[in-house]
Every structure is written in C-alpha cells, then in structure tokens.
Design a protein around this ligand. Structure first.
Ligand SMILES: Nc1ncnc2c1ncn2[C@@H]1O[C@H](COP(=O)(O)OP(=O)(O)OP(=O)(O)O)[C@@H](O)[C@H]1O
Length: 257
C-alpha cells in the first residue's frame, strides 16, 4: 500500500498540490483522474521520488520515501516499474536491449539469465520473437507493450503508468488496459495509473482518486463513482449528454432494485 499524506507542492508562487492525502491500494489498479493541469503528473513524480514535495509524506508500506537513506531508496526504486508517456524506449537499442536495461543496471545476473528473463516478459506481453527489432520498426501499441515488459522485468511490487493510452486507437487502448490490469492481478502489483480514458475508469478502476485544481476531491471505486454527488467530479466524468443519460438510467435502475 502507498499512502500519500498532506502533500503540498508549488512552483514559485503557483501552488500545484494542496494538502493532498490519498491511498493507493495494494494489489489493485489505482487510477488518478482529473482535468489537464490538476496536478496528476506532479503527484505521480512525487510518489516515485522523482520530485520532492514542499511538505508531506509518501509512505511505502509505512516507510516515508523522503526519510530514507540512499541505500534504502535504491532498494525501493528496484521495486518500482514505470511506464512513461510516449513509452520512452531507447531508439538506438533493440527491443531485447531495451528490456534488459534494468537487469543490467540493477542485477548481477549472467547474460544468459538476463536473456531468459527478457524472453519470459516478452512472451507475457505477446511479443515473442520481436527481440531484434528497433523501436522505429514497431507500432505504437507494440512500443507500449515493450515498455510494459521493461517495467515488469524486475518483478516490481509497484507499477506507475503515466497516460498509458495516449496516442493509441480505442481497440489498442483496451488491450493495453487489459494487459496492465491482468499483470496487476497476476503478480499482485500495486499499480497507479494517470489517465483521461473514461473506459479505463469505468472498466478497470478498482480505486480512483479524483484531482481538481490541485486538491484531492474524491476517492472511491468505479462502482461508487457513478453515484457520487460531487459536482465537479460529475461534470468531469459525465461530460457528454450520452454519458449523463447513461448515468440517469443506471441511477433509476439502482433505485428500482
Ligand atoms: N517543473 C514545473 N515547473 C513549473 N510548473 C510546473 C512544473 N511541472 C508542472 N507544473 C505546473 O503544475 C500544474 C500541474 O501540472 P501536471 O502536469 O501535474 O498536470 P496534469 O494533471 O498531469 O495535466 P495533464 O493531464 O495535462 O497531463 C500545471 O499548471 C503545470 O504547468
């Protein structure tokens, strides 16, 4: 479990996060949602320790990452997998080299062991045989899958994904969502995803944190979100007439039961 406690962050005069507290549930798909500029990416950067807050704590199983020494921090970092926006693969390296990078950095495995592990994760994301391809030779969806394979190659306890669906067509988005969701369950990972994708929210949101103007406004499951009476959240989720009507129908069916 990851607990965010009273996080404040500003850039010069501008306050970007205001007393944000939230919990990322263990072994679940946790989503951070909110309009552009509401502070989701800054919050995620703080959660993984890439950025320091002005005040507040981020507890991994009760340990505040901002109180750890370098050795302890490195140990937590090896338990964190990250999927960045745009996949962030090394263009000059093959798929296999990209996936082996964390193994080269953080393990003392032999080349043979590293290759075996790379092949294992490649197979898990359905890309067996793509080892020698370069990023420029594969599609956007395949790049995401390579980036996911790289993110899970060290068997992480925590997985962070920043807008994993950006730039993908709806069908490929669903496949990537399914893959992240299945990996989360299969390996009991605590997954945190920044997303704008309403399909992800409704289908895969075990736990959802809604950010609005730098504050956490709501926290709950995809079952509860439909019945939330937070006005900003409703405007955000049910932005179209179609979705508003769907909500009304769901609410009236719920009352009838
Ligand atoms: N390094 C920085 N220096 C100054 N301002 C920053 C910096 N990083 C983020 N901000 C500001 O913080 C605010 C929140 O940004 P953030 O990227 O977290 O929003 P977001 O909710 O992730 O948006 P989006 O959904 O568009 O990615 C924005 O106003 C942004 O301009």
């Amino acid at each position: 479990m990851i607990e965010i406690q009273h996080i404040n962050k500003g850039f010069e005069e501008k306050k970007v996060l205001l007393d944000v507290s939230a919990t990322m549930l263990a072994g679940k798909t946790n989503l951070i949602i909110g309009t552009s500029g509401s502070g989701k990416t800054v919050l995620m950067k703080i959660m993984v320790g890439l950025m320091s807050p002005d005040s507040g704590s981020v507890l991994y199983e009760g340990r505040n990452i901002f109180d750890l020494d370098d050795k302890e921090l490195k140990e937590i970092r090896t338990q964190i997998g990250m999927l960045f926006q745009g996949s962030a693969l090394f263009d000059s390296q093959t798929v296999e080299q990209n996936i082996m990078f964390p193994l080269d950095m953080f393990t003392r495995k032999t080349r043979r062991e590293k290759l075996a592990r790379a092949n294992e994760v490649l197979e898990r994301v359905n890309l067996q045989g793509a080892n020698k391809k370069f990023p420029a030779e594969i599609s956007g969806g395949m790049k995401k899958r390579v980036a996911l394979a790289r993110a899970i190659v060290l068997n992480p306890k925590y997985l962070f994904c920043d807008e994993p669906n950006s730039g993908l067509d709806p069908q490929t988005s669903i496949l990537i969502d399914e893959l992240i969701y299945d990996l989360t369950k299969e390996y009991n990972i605590t997954t945190v995803i920044n997303t704008h994708d309403m399909n992800t929210v409704m289908e895969r949101g075990d736990h959802i944190v809604y950010m609005h103007q730098g504050k956490k406004k709501w926290e709950g499951s995809n079952k509860e979100i439909i019945f939330s009476d937070d006005e900003d959240l409703n405007k955000f989720i049910f932005a179209s007439d179609f979705l508003r009507k769907a909500k009304e129908i769901m609410m009236s069916e719920q009352k009838a039961i």
